[in-house]
Each structure stands twice: as structure tokens, then as C-alpha cells.
Design a protein around this ligand. Structure first.
Ligand SMILES: Cc1ncc(C[n+]2csc(CCOP(=O)(O)OP(=O)(O)O)c2C)c(N)n1
Length: 561
């Protein structure tokens, strides 16, 4: 059957069971948009207000649904507007297939209107990319793209299709890709390494599990919790690993890293066996690597061989899918109580509670604190709620205090720290998990970076609870200026528009509060409303997030004030 290239694009996506696309049209991708028009009964296309919005939405969609996020953009500025999202998806291992239009083949290299070398630009921030100039190459490229994006350690892929390839015809048949020469998606687990690791764990007195997003990406949440409960070992999590263990689980010791909890950071330097699962020892987690867990034997369970010994040398590396390796551990692990070890955590937890948490939860400040707002959200949110956040102080407050009760519920920009991620990713999260409550929390700075996506939310009539914690500052940068730059607040105070009027102009319900006395009722109304709702909470202007590990400090130099 001969089809036009643009039609092949759509038919190939249907063959990959794609039912949702985020995108923005333009000259070089018009044939694809024209073909899409014939399939609107099978594919929902969401027109965002900016290509950055489209790709972050695709990321949110992928994170909660376990599917590949798909987005479309035109050549030139459309394609370059995807770059931040590609970099974000690359570092956070999010599976995406992005299709960009390109000028016609005979114009390539001529500085044609809206020509840009998106293959060159996107190479460092994609798992794979390809330019297609012939209609017959489109279907195989899409098949390969989906395989590469989703298999092994996931990541973003770009397919750049010239306009003439979209217009010309080719025979269409679709064959799913199941392997690519020279690419090994899932290395086989070496059982001798598993045995070595188990021996170390069984002999340990103070073992410690650090969990990252790899467990979520590998759909190994159950296998992980089986191992955790069978072993009795305390667990701490990275920013993207939070959802792998329920917040109130007795073995959950809390968050690692720069603004993580006191005990988990400090005790990294007291454990005797450190079991890192699906995490990559980001510098925000390790602090000064020269002083990181020197006393411990390190076991690293990791899918990507490139991560082994990259930052922290592993004594035993178990390379492979943790969905496969974790049950081997669970079978052979000896359950122990580790009473004294847990007591050490409790001791430090008490210190953090008295110095930080007590005040964060029930502050005596005149202005409201971000943390107390999160506490009230916890009291009123629905079971299984998904949280999307932006970047800054509110992100740390939310990660520390939001009560996660289910898998695939944490959508945030971990590795890249992309301001402007929170709102558009919520659009994708809602479409990827329509039955779940989606709560999106932003600061006043990041919210204004992709504020235009309120238009998408309004047009799609999505039910997203949008919370803006407004401290009238680029809060996280201001905190650093206060602590390390002698309070020289260089360009961090920020004015916002009247957010209630703004939301109202989009037909989105909204309210703004600045009094603690209104908090309970406002959050109840916000979370129980029908449809989207924007709640602005004006919070204390100069509050700081603690604990904190200053740049260059070691995990045991974490500060409580
Ligand atoms: C795109 C981008 N630009 C700049 C930064 C640097 N940055 C990190 S946090 C932050 C402040 C965020 O302020 P706001 O959104 O108001 O949140 P708050 O920290 O006040 O909660 C800035 C500017 C960033 N992470 N991303």
C-alpha cells in the first residue's frame, strides 16, 4: 500500500499505540499535521502554547503512564524550543519520541527559512537521533526510535523529517523494532555478583539502601519493596526515587542530598554496606565525593554500565535490570532487626525534628511557610495523587514533606533543575493518568516561565490543581545570596501579575490568600473543586530551606541552620 510520508508518520505512531501527542505546528511539519487531521478519532493532539510546554507535557505523560511521550514541532525555532526538554529528559532518563519537520532536502545546508541543524544541536541531549529524507525510511526510523527510547535506560529520541519526505509516497508496512545491532538494552545479571553482594549484606551490621528512579523506570517497585521488607534494612531516597517507598513506611528514613534529611545524609558516612539501587550518585546527593562513604563497602545495582564507578567506586557492581536482580536478593537475604542502627537514625531524626521540622510544620512566623502549606495539602489530597513541581525552595519543601502513597506519582526535573517544568508537566501527567488527582506546585519565578500553558489547560478543560507559592523572590537563589553572598540580593526580587485575574481571564477558578487563618479552608476548596483551580499562597518572603549541604561540603557536614 503506497502512502504519503506524512501519513506514514501517523500510521506508524498508531502502530506503536500512540493515542496522545503534544505539539505545535508550523511550515515544515504541515503535511504531518494535515495527515493527523484524518485520525483525530484515534489520536488526541494537545496544542500547547510553546514547544517547551509540549515537551515537558510529554515528559509528564511518560513519567506517570510508563508509555513513551510523543511530541511534534516544526523546524528552526520550533525544534530549538525542544532543546531544554530534551536535555531534561536525557538526564532524567525519560522516554520520548520527538518528531520535527525539516526544510526540503534540496534546501539543506543553504540557510533556508527556518532551517536549523537540529540533529547537530540535539546530539548531546538525545539517546539517538536521525534525519529522514525519504518517505520509505520513515516507518523504520519511527520503529527504531520507540525501541531505543523505551528499552534499557530510557531516553529521548529526535526524528527530523524533511518536508519533501513528508510529501512523497512510499510503500507502507510497519514492523516493530526489537533489537538494534551494537546496542544492548538489558545486560544479563551476573549471578556471581549477586552472591557476592548478598554475602556482604548478610555480614553487615549497619547496611543502608539508597534508592533512585531506576526502580521506577524498571517497574520494579514491588520487587524493591519485597527486598526492603525481607531485609529489614533502612532506606533513603534521591529526589526522583521518593515514590518507591511510601512516606510513612517504618523503614523509610527520608531524603538524601543537598536539602535532604539530616540522618540519611550523615549516616551515609557511618553505614558499613551501602546498597545503591537505580541511582547514579549525583553530586547533589554525594556532596564532596572525596569524603563520601569512605568507610563503607559499596554495592551498586544499575542497568547502565556507564554509571558503574563513574562517581563512586563500587566494591560489587550488579549490572542489569533490578526487576530481575532484586528477587534474587530477596530470596537469599537474612532478615535482621538492626535495632542499634535504627536507633542512630531516630536520634538524628529527633534533632532534625526539634531544629527544623517542628518549626516548618507549625511555624511562629507571621507569614505562612511553604512547608505548612504542604502539610495542609497532605491532610486533604486524594489517595494516589500525583505531584508535579517546579524548581527551587518549594520543590525541596514539597519533596521533603509531600506524602507519597503510590508509584509513578512524582514528576519533577531532577538532574537538569529546569524552572518552568512544573506546570506543563502537569498537563501531561493529567492526560497520562486521567483518573488521578494532579497537584502542581510552582514558585512565582518558575510559574512565570511557562505561564502561557494556562491556555492549554483551559482549552483542554483539564482538572489540574495549580498551587503557586509566592515569596516574591527567586527564593532558592535568594537563600544562597543570604547565606553565602552577604545578603546582596542581586536581581532576585520578582513582581508577579495578579494571578487571580490572569486565571480568571482563562476561565480558570482562582483565589489568593496571605493569612494563615484562611489556609485550611482555601486548600479544602482548592482540592475539592471541580476542574482546574489556581491557588496562590503568599508566603513568608525570606524563609530558608534546611537542612542544607553547602557546595563542596561532605554529607556529614549538613547544616540544620
Ligand atoms: C531555567 C532555569 N533558570 C534558572 C535557574 C536557577 N534557579 C534555580 S532555583 C531558582 C529560583 C526559583 O524561584 P521560584 O520559582 O520563585 O521558586 P522558589 O525558590 O521561590 O520556591 C533559580 C533562578 C533554573 N534552575 N532554571
Amino acid at each position: 500500500m503506497k502512502l504519503q510520508g506524512s501519513e506514514i508518520v501517523v500510521k506508524s505512531l498508531l502502530s506503536e499505540n500512540v493515542d496522545t501527542i503534544f505539539g505545535y505546528p508550523g511550515g515544515a511539519i504541515m503535511p504531518v499535521y494535515d495527515s493527523l487531521y484524518g485520525y483525530l478519532d484515534q489520536i488526541n493532539h494537545v496544542l500547547t502554547r510553546h514547544e517547551q510546554g509540549a515537551i515537558h507535557a510529554a515528559q509528564g505523560y511518560a513519567r506517570v503512564s510508563d508509555k513513551v511521550g510523543v511530541c511534534f514541532a516544526t523546524s528552526g525555532p520550533g525544534a530549538t524550543n525542544l532543546i531544554t526538554g530534551l536535555a531534561d529528559a536525557m538526564i532524567d532518563s525519560t522516554p520520548l519520541v520527538c518528531i520535527t519537520g525539516q526544510v526540503a532536502k534540496h534546501l539543506l545546508g543553504t540557510d533556508a527559512f527556518q532551517e536549523t541543524d537540529i540533529i547537530g544541536i540535539s546530539t548531546p541531549v538525545t539517546k539517538w537521533n536521525i534525519q529522514v529524507t525519504k518517505a520509505e525510511d520513515i516507518a523504520p526510523a519511527i520503529a527504531k526510535a520507540f525501541y531505543i527510547a523505551k528499552s534499557g535506560r530510557p531516553g529521548p529520541v529526535v526524528i527530523d523529517i524533511t518536508k519533501d519526505a513528508q510529501f512523497s509516497e512510499a510503500d507502507f508496512s510497519y514492523e516493530k523494532c526489537t533489537k538494534v545491532r551494537s546496542y544492548k538494552a538489558l545486560p544479563k545479571v551476573d549471578t556471581t555478583k549477586v552472591d557476592e553482594a548478598i554475602q556482604l549484606i548478610n555480614e553487615a551490621k549497619q547496611p543502608y539502601i539508597l534508592v533512585g528512579q531506576g526502580v521506577t523506570l524498571g517497574n520494579a517497585e514491588k520487587e524493591f519493596m519485597d527486598f526492603v521488607e525481607q531485609s529489614g534494612i533502612p532506606v533513603a531516597w534521591t529526589l526522583l526515587g521518593v515514590q518507591n517507598i511510601p512516606t510513612n513506611h517504618p523503614q523509610n528514613m527520608g531524603m538524601l542530598g543537598m536539602h535532604g534529611n539530616y540522618a540519611p545524609n550523615l549516616l551515609t558516612n557511618e553505614c558499613d554496606v551501602l546498597i545503591a539501587i537505580g541511582m547514579r550518585f549525583d553530586d547533589r546527593v554525594t556532596g564532596n565525593v572525596e569524603k563520601y562513604a569512605k568507610q563503607a563497602k559499596v554495592i551498586h545495582l544499575e542497568l547502565d554500565p556507564a554509571e558503574i564507578d563513574k562517581i563512586i567506586k563500587a566494591d560489587v557492581a550488579v549490572v542489569g535490570d533490578c526487576k530481575e536482580s532484586l528477587p534474587m536478593f530477596t530470596k537469599q537475604i537474612k532478615k535482621k532487626e538492626y535495632t542499634e542502627w535504627y536507633a542512630r537514625f531516630k536520634e538524628l531524626q529527633k534533632e532534625e525534628y526539634e531544629e527544623v521540622i517542628q518549626h516548618d510544620m507549625n511555624p511562629s512566623t507571621e507569614g505562612m511557610l511553604m512547608s505548612e502549606v504542604i502539610r495542609v495539602i497532605n491532610e486533604n489530597k486524594k489517595e494516589g495523587a500525583i505531584l508535579t513541581v517546579d524548581v527551587g525552595q518549594h520543590q525541596m519543601a514539597a519533596s521533603r514533606y509531600f506524602q507519597f502513597d503510590s508509584n509513578k506519582s512524582n514528576v519533577q526535573s531532577g538532574g537538569l533543575g529546569t524552572m518552568g517544568f512544573g506546570l506543563p508537566s502537569a498537563i501531561g501527567a493529567k492526560l497520562g493518568a486521567p483518573k488521578r488527582q494532579v497537584i502542581s506546585i510552582s514558585g512565582d519565578g518558575g510559574f512565570q516561565m511557562n505561564i502561557q500553558e494556562l491556555g492549554t489547560i483551559a482549552q483542554e478543560e483539564l482538572d489540574i490543581k495549580i498551587l503557586v507559592l509566592n515569596n516574591q523572590f527567586l527564593g532558592m537563589v535568594r537563600q544562597w545570596q543570604e547565606l553565602f553572598f552577604e545578603r546582596r540580593y542581586s536581581f532576585t526580587d520578582m513582581k508577579s501579575p495578579d494571578l487571580v485575574k490572569l486565571a480568571d481571564s482563562y476561565g480558570i477558578q482562582a483565589k489568593s490568600i496571605n493569612q494563615r487563618g484562611d489556609l485550611q479552608e482555601a486548600i479544602k476548596e482548592f482540592l475539592n473543586s471541580k476542574g482546574s483551580y489556581l491557588l496562590e499562597v503568599v508566603v513568608e518572603k525570606e524563609d530558608n530551606v534546611f537542612p542544607m549541604m553547602p557546595t563542596g561540603a561532605a554529607v556529614d557536614e549538613v547544616r540544620l541552620s
